[in-house]
Design a protein around this ligand. Structure first.
Ligand code: PEP
Ligand code: MG
Length: 906
């Protein structure tokens, strides 16, 4: 059977169409489609992605032989439609050659423009255009591009200078000019000659003069680029199979730099920043695409409305605007009208905002590309909702159009764009918690509180944070740490608070004693201004202005739509009434994890806690716990009230006790005084708490099982608060969760303490509150024995932070030491503490759910590790049948959207 390898398009006809992107690549399919719907596109042809595979199977010579007839016919087809001839020295046709895979792979493969020029043809171009400078400028650009891309002249080492650029610099230096456009025709001719010499010298071959040879070279080099190192890595990262291959699209060149009736530009059918339904874009008269990007000339606005707005922002008067920067609507009204109509038509056709490239050659408009436009989070939501209202798309499509992570932009403050332009980046860390923060540097939590109370905005800079720093973190605008990964204390807590945080910025040296931080040779003192971007990890010197997040009505509407389709519900990780309220406003339907340890750090509480830790008898501990009880009860009262009517899953004390005692002498002295004992006694206890491996040490249910009085106190506080609320007419729904179990017996012992305490309390109070007792599944052994555990535990909550830590054997607090190298060397694709490892950790979850439900049919399963707010992980949770995900308040909308998408995509 005859295989069709080449698909032509032009003059309103095309052999391909939009839904053939697998065969023709995204670009090729859209070029064909534009022809079919009557959009003017320079004629051309696309060689299929299948040929790319043949190329690697059969080799270059055989494939060129196979393609020869088809390509020659296709070139003729272009010649006929363009009324010119490829390689002709009086009326030449030039071509562009572009790659295009079915998925967009930005910057991975190359493009060659102005193909078909040689010493004779360039003279034809001079004659045809009457513009010698234009012709030779095109020629030297072509030789350079072809040399770099096809002949391998581009240095593989980024530090090495491109040999062509070196020649350009030399020519400019000899002539004493700075800019490319200051070179005259003779300079350009010199460049061509010297470029060719450089090619001969480096490759040992002459620059190909036969246009057909040039074309084959370009086509094959596009295929070759599919297997270049960059493209292979990119495919691996994005999960794009090698057998997809790239297509090659060859098109007639059209020129926007042929005088004042020519132009080039880029336009969008809607505003990509705000989503407003406003056609907009930029253009330049008498220019090539590169000139727009190069920033040599200021591009002008396409619409008059946009132009007036732009001039206002630039402080340019209306007279100057009209004379120097008029809009296309004003200078080329007829072309503008065509452009406007076509962009509208394209958007209607694709049912999405389009990003288009066009060129006007001597008064004739050509479209070179159209694709669905990239957009901000705000624009994404607005456009999806607007298109839904306009009847362009249905509800499920609207949901799928929104990228969950992009909602983040709508929830946190951001840096002012203008201010950012002049800010100096000092270094980068991990983007631990999104948003923007600017403030004066403080190094200690109590300073953060004091400065904040005195009306300062502060950024707390630390080596790392610990639960002691909580009040400071809450008072600060943002947190910056030198150590710690994405699930370090600072990162987790900051995300929970919706506070900007950059963690693990290895290049910063914090000196607590001098109260300075040194970053790359620059020393900043307490009180100096610093700005951090928790969405990118960038750290700026000085104060960079921020503005609050924009939340629009469309956003609320999108969330409602999520609820209509979702199966998974979304709870939140919260341990204060305020966070609970924030999360509830974002649509959380309960608390999936309330970490009780954070509640122990305020004045009186930490004293009682430390007294408990210091006590060496059960009596002594019970005494101290008795003091803590009313505080804990108050805490739970607030949270259960804020989540009235929704389940609140409260976890018993989890971290090792050493986190609650001071490790510095000053702190120990204060503690000694508070407790009325000697500093030595304190130090002895602190030392006895120290563990070689605290994350695997005396923590979690091991605390409750060695000190059951802690569990009893917490149970009393939780259920006592619930009883009080019930009496006041509320509907509290507490759940009590045992952390870190690996053996079912660990759970049994804790459950008995809980149930006995509850029974006694209910008898005393004469009122009973229904509640559930469940467990975290965060130790691999718990997952492996989930059937046994589910016989006892009423629900599971997967603690994927610890489960990831123990499955990989990576310390969650120390991963920053090797993670960057692992990511760079692609040993890991992503940080497994951020994105759930579906192949390993995920299999443990899947198995535990199945096993658990084999012994308890209605076992409720949720996730409360950081992955509960990460879209791909949320989708996995949907797939394995979890009932809910729980995440920090500011990720609730993201999880809701991801959960709805999982249901819709099923
Ligand atoms: C977990 O381990 O996933 C979890 C939620 O608990 P923590 O992060 O408090 O250890
Ligand atoms: Mg845990």
């Amino acid at each position: 059977m005859d295989v069709k390898r080449v698909y032509t398009f032009g003059n309103g006809k095309a052999e391909g169409k939009a839904d053939m992107r697998n065969l023709l690549g995204g670009k090729g399919a859209n070029l064909a489609e534009m022809n079919l719907i009557g959009v003017p596109v320079p004629p051309g042809f696309t060689i299929t992605t299948d040929v790319c595979n043949e190329y690697f199977d059969k080799g270059r010579d055989e494939v060129v032989e196979l393609l020869k007839g088809d390509v020659e016919r296709a070139v003729k087809h272009i010649e006929t439609l363009m009324n010119s001839k490829f390689g002709d020295s009086s009326n030449p046709l030039l071509l562009s050659v572009r790659s295009g895979a079915r998925a967009s792979m930005p910057g991975m493969m190359d493009t060659i423009l102005n193909l078909g020029l040689n010493d004779n043809v360039v003279e034809g171009l001079v004659k045809k255009t009457g513009n010698e400078r234009f012709a030779y400028d095109s020629y030297r650009r072509f030789v350079q591009m072809y040399g770099d891309v096809v002949l391998g002249m581009k240095p593989s080492n980024k530090e090495d200078i491109d040999p062509f650029e070196a020649i350009i610099m030399d020519v400019k230096a000899k002539r004493g000019v700075k800019l490319d456009n200051e070179m005259n025709v003779d300079d350009l001719k010199t460049l061509v000659v010297r470029f060719k010499e450089a090619i001969k010298k480096q490759t040992g071959k002459d620059f190909p003069t036969d246009p057909m040879d040039q074309l084959w070279g370009a086509i094959c080099s596009v295929f070759d680029s599919w297997m270049n190192e960059r493209a292979i890595l990119y495919r691996k990262m994005e999960g794009i199979p090698a057998e997809w291959g790239t297509a090659v699209s060859v098109m007639a060149m059209v020129f926007g730099n042929m005088g004042n009736t020519s132009a080039t530009g880029v336009c969008f059918s809607r505003d990509a920043a705000t989503g407003r339904n406003r056609f907009n874009g930029e253009y330049l008269v008498n220019a090539q695409g590169e000139d727009v990007v190069a920033g040599i000339r200021t591009p002008q606005q396409i619409t008059k409305e946009g132009s007036i707005k732009w001039a206002k922002q630039q402080n340019i008067s209306e007279e100057i605007r009209k004379s120097n920067y008029p809009s296309m609507e004003e200078t080329m009204p007829e072309i503008y009208e065509q452009l406007f109509n076509i962009q509208h038509k394209l958007e209607k056709h694709y049912h999405d905002m389009q990003d288009m490239e066009f060129t006007v050659q001597e008064g004739k408009l050509w479209f070179l590309q159209t694709r669905n436009g990239k957009r901000t989070g705000t624009a994404m939501v607005k456009i999806a909702m607007d298109l839904l209202h306009e009847g362009e798309i249905d509800e499920k499509t609207a949901l799928k159009r929104c990228e969950p992570n992009k909602l983040d932009e709508l929830l946190h403050p951001v840096f002012d764009k203008l201010a950012l332009g002049t800010a100096k980046v000092l270094t980068r860390g991990l983007p631990a918690s999104p948003g923007a923060a600017s403030g004066q540097i403080v190094f200690f939590a109590d300073d953060a509180v004091k400065w904040h109370e005195a009306g300062h905005q502060v950024v707390m800079v630390r080596m790392e944070t610990s639960p002691e720093d909580l009040a400071g973190m809450s008072a600060a605008e943002g947190i910056l740490t030198a150590r710690g990964g994405m699930t370090s204390h600072a990162a987790v807590v900051a995300r929970g608070m919706g506070k900007c945080c950059v963690s693990g910025a290895g290049a910063i040296n914090v000196n607590y004693k001098d109260r300075t931080v040194e970053i790359d040779g620059i020393v900043l003192h307490e009180g100096d201004y610093i700005s951090i971007n928790g969405s990118t990890g960038e750290i700026y010197q000085g104060e960079v202005e921020t503005r609050p997040a924009e939340v629009t009505g469309d956003f609320a509407e999108l969330m409602k739509l999520c609820d209509k389709y979702t199966k998974l519900v979304v709870r939140t990780n919260a341990d204060t009434p305020h966070d609970s309220e924030v999360a509830r406003n974002f649509g959380a339907v309960g608390i999936g994890l309330c970490r009780t340890e954070h509640m122990f750090f305020e004045n009186e509480k930490i004293k009682a806690m430390r007294e408990m830790i210091l006590a060496d008898t059960q009596d002594g501990r019970e005494n101290a716990l008795e003091k803590l009880l009313p505080y804990q009860k108050q805490d739970f009262y607030g949270i259960l009230k804020a989540m009235d009517g929704y389940p609140v899953n409260i976890r018993l004390l989890d971290p090792p006790l050493h986190e609650f005692v001071p490790h510095d002498l000053a702190g120990q002295e204060v503690m000694a005084k508070d407790m009325g004992v000697s500093v030595q006694q304190i130090q002895k206890r602190v030392n006895s708490l120290s563990e070689a491996n605290p994350m695997l040490g005396h923590r979690g249910c091991r605390l409750g099982n060695t000190y059951p009085e802690i569990t009893a106190m917490q149970t009393k506080a939780i259920l006592g608060a619930a009883i009080q609320l019930k009496k006041e007419g509320y509907d509290p729904r507490p759940e009590i969760m045992v952390p870190l179990i690996g053996i079912v017996k660990e759970f049994d012992v804790q459950e008995k303490v809980i149930r006995d305490t509850a029974k006694q309390l209910f008898e005393e109070e004469g009122i009973e509150i229904p509640f559930h007792v469940g467990t975290m599944i965060e130790i691999p052994r718990a997952a492996l024995t989930a059937d046994l555990i589910a016989e006892r535990a009423e629900y599971f909550s997967f603690g994927t932070n610890d489960l990831t830590q123990m499955t990989y054997g990576y310390s969650r607090d120390d991963i920053a030491g090797f993670l960057p190298v692992y990511l760079e060397q692609k040993i890991l694709k992503v940080d497994p503490f951020q994105v759930l490892d579906q192949d390993g950790v995920g299999q443990l979850i899947k198995m535990a759910v199945e096993k658990g439900r084999s012994t308890r049919k209605n076992l409720t399963c949720g996730i409360c590790g950081e992955h509960g707010g990460e879209p791909t992980s949320v989708k996995f949770c949907h797939k394995v049948g979890l009932d809910y995900v729980s995440c920090s308040p500011f990720r609730v909308p993201i999880a809701r959207l991801a959960a709805a998408q999982a249901a819709v995509e099923e």
